[in-house]
Design a protein around this ligand. Structure first.
Ligand SMILES: *[C@@H]1O[C@H](CO)[C@@H](O)[C@H](O)[C@H]1NC(C)=O
Ligand SMILES: *[C@@H]1O[C@H](CO)[C@@H](O)[C@H](O)[C@H]1NC(C)=O
Ligand SMILES: *[C@@H]1O[C@H](CO)[C@@H](O)[C@H](O)[C@H]1NC(C)=O
Ligand SMILES: *[C@@H]1O[C@H](CO)[C@@H](O)[C@H](O)[C@H]1NC(C)=O
Ligand SMILES: *[C@@H]1O[C@H](CO)[C@@H](O)[C@H](O)[C@H]1NC(C)=O
Ligand SMILES: *[C@@H]1O[C@H](CO)[C@@H](O)[C@H](O)[C@H]1NC(C)=O
Ligand SMILES: *[C@@H]1O[C@H](CO)[C@@H](O)[C@H](O)[C@H]1NC(C)=O
Ligand SMILES: *[C@@H]1O[C@H](CO)[C@@H](O)[C@H](O)[C@H]1NC(C)=O
Length: 364
């Protein structure tokens, strides 16, 4: 258990080792999670009574990306990390959120997914009028040496899967990384990076690293942003006026922290185009990977030592500090689940509400 610890930025300004005076962890067996306030407003964002604890520490990397809730099954779906073995592909860790289930875990593999990474809850065209909750989960499948990288829709209640997009007008993607569905247009906005090649399960890329917009009802596709090292997480602001895209170029074959570990912001015009690219934030630890906004417009990203939280002006408000890489996390009603590969952590009594919690959980 831990509660909020204030960070004295003036002390930090002249003491590079300041953080270690506040928080320590056993990196080979991390057990510590701390809520660090870099700005006084962090307490009202996370909630004065928020507490954090570890739920699991496993012997394999079960908790890596996605973290998408499905209402019909009342379960959260998390993709595991690449284990360096084409014979042991990425699978899906299922966390049961039923009150009596005590976050029990199971694991599955969908034959239609080669190597899944990021994902989003997904209304296929026309279903928004028929179903209250997104029936499907749309995965970014990074592909492998035989399957192209693709967007694949899975209904977790039936396990029926449907390919939604398997190329850019015939050109192979590299390794689709993360995806969001625009809540008004139903369009899918997604990123494509080189990680399947860096991790030796994809051929060398044949297309630039870009952000795309795809209409699943018409098939129309467009590139909306380019000039990244490695575009990775992406997220809409709650007013749908801004798109945030993380660039994790600091990690390619190996890590080089002179390359980007940066969140960029763009203005969204007419729900279709991007303009006014600007630097939103830079992570002091690792790189911003999975990104989600809360309903107040604060931007949360999984980084090298936990989840970092910035306000819409790009001021770092605080961290959910784990001391190890948090690739992603998920907002639940009143809670945040943090994924650090082998560990699963939970923050409870959280005031902030995820942008998509109302849509996905029906808790508004
Ligand atoms: C750190 O974790 C390792 C592996 O579980 C354990 O052997 C060691 O005793 C721990 N060290 C401390 C200081 O807790
Ligand atoms: C924190 O808990 C106290 C005592 O139960 C309560 O009075 C207060 O309203 C809570 N604050 C928040 C932000 O939930
Ligand atoms: C898939 O899940 C099982 C646990 O059920 C695990 O042992 C295995 O290593 C997993 N594969 C990967 C790539 O994590
Ligand atoms: C929505 O419901 C209507 C009326 O029941 C049905 O005709 C239609 O096929 C449904 N659409 C989808 C996409 O399920
Ligand atoms: C696209 O990828 C598929 C599957 O990996 C492969 O069979 C095909 O040759 C690739 N196409 C091009 C144009 O490289
Ligand atoms: C879908 O897959 C999950 C996980 O393997 C399994 O528990 C469930 O029974 C399957 N559902 C159906 C309808 O096959
Ligand atoms: C890191 O990247 C920079 C810029 O690309 C390059 O100049 C530098 O040599 C790299 N450092 C290492 C250790 O590879
Ligand atoms: C806005 O986007 C729609 C398609 O979604 C298009 O028909 C319309 O021309 C666009 N308007 C402007 C001003 O770009």
């Amino acid at each position: 258990m831990s509660s909020i610890i204030p960070v004295d930025l003036l002390s930090y300004a002249t003491n590079p080792g300041y953080l270690s005076t506040l928080a320590t962890t056993n990196i080979s067996n991390p057990t510590t999670i701390s809520l660090l306030a870099y700005d006084p407003s962090f307490t009202s964002v996370i909630g004065a009574n928020a507490t954090a604890r570890q739920l699991y520490s496993l012997d394999y990397e079960a908790f890596h990306e996605a973290g998408v809730y499905n209402h019909a099954t009342n379960k959260l779906y998390v993709t595991s990390n690449w284990a360096g073995d084409l014979n042991n592909p990425i699978n899906v860790t299922i966390i049961d959120l039923a009150p009596t289930a005590d976050y029990s875990l199971s694991s599955t593999r969908y034959a239609s997914l080669a190597e899944a990474n990021g994902a989003t809850s997904y209304f296929p065209p026309g279903t928004q009028t028929n179903s209250s909750f997104p029936p499907n989960i749309l995965y970014c499948d990074e592909g492998d040496f035989t399957s192209p990288s693709a967007l694949i829709s899975v209904n977790p209640a039936t396990n029926i899967s449907t390919p939604i997009l398997t190329s850019f007008l015939g050109r192979n993607f590299s390794s689709l990384n993360d995806v969001r569905q625009h809540p008004e247009t139903g369009d899918l906005w997604f990123t494509d990076a080189d990680y399947g090649f860096f991790q030796s399960f994809r051929p060398e890329s044949t297309i630039p690293k870009q952000v795309y917009r795809f209409s699943p009802s018409t098939g129309a596709i467009a590139v909306v942003a380019t000039d990244f090292s490695q575009p990775n997480g992406l997220e809409f602001s709650p007013d749908l006026k801004t798109l945030y895209v993380s660039d994790t170029g600091a990690q390619e074959f190996s890590q080089n922290l002179t390359r980007p570990a940066t969140l960029y912001a763009f203005d969204i015009i007419n729900n279709t185009r991007l303009t006014n690219r600007r630097t939103f934030a830079y992570a002091d630890s690792g790189f911003p990977d999975g990104v989600h906004c809360d309903t107040e417009g604060n931007v949360w990203a999984g980084c090298g030592d936990g989840v970092h939280i910035w306000n819409p002006e790009g001021t770092l408000l605080g961290k959910i500090w784990t001391g190890v890489v948090a690739n992603n996390f998920a907002f639940l009603p009143g809670k945040v689940m943090v994924f650090t590969n082998k560990q699963l952590w939970i923050v409870e009594n959280v005031v902030a509400r995820g942008r998509e919690v109302c849509k996905d959980f029906g808790v508004c």
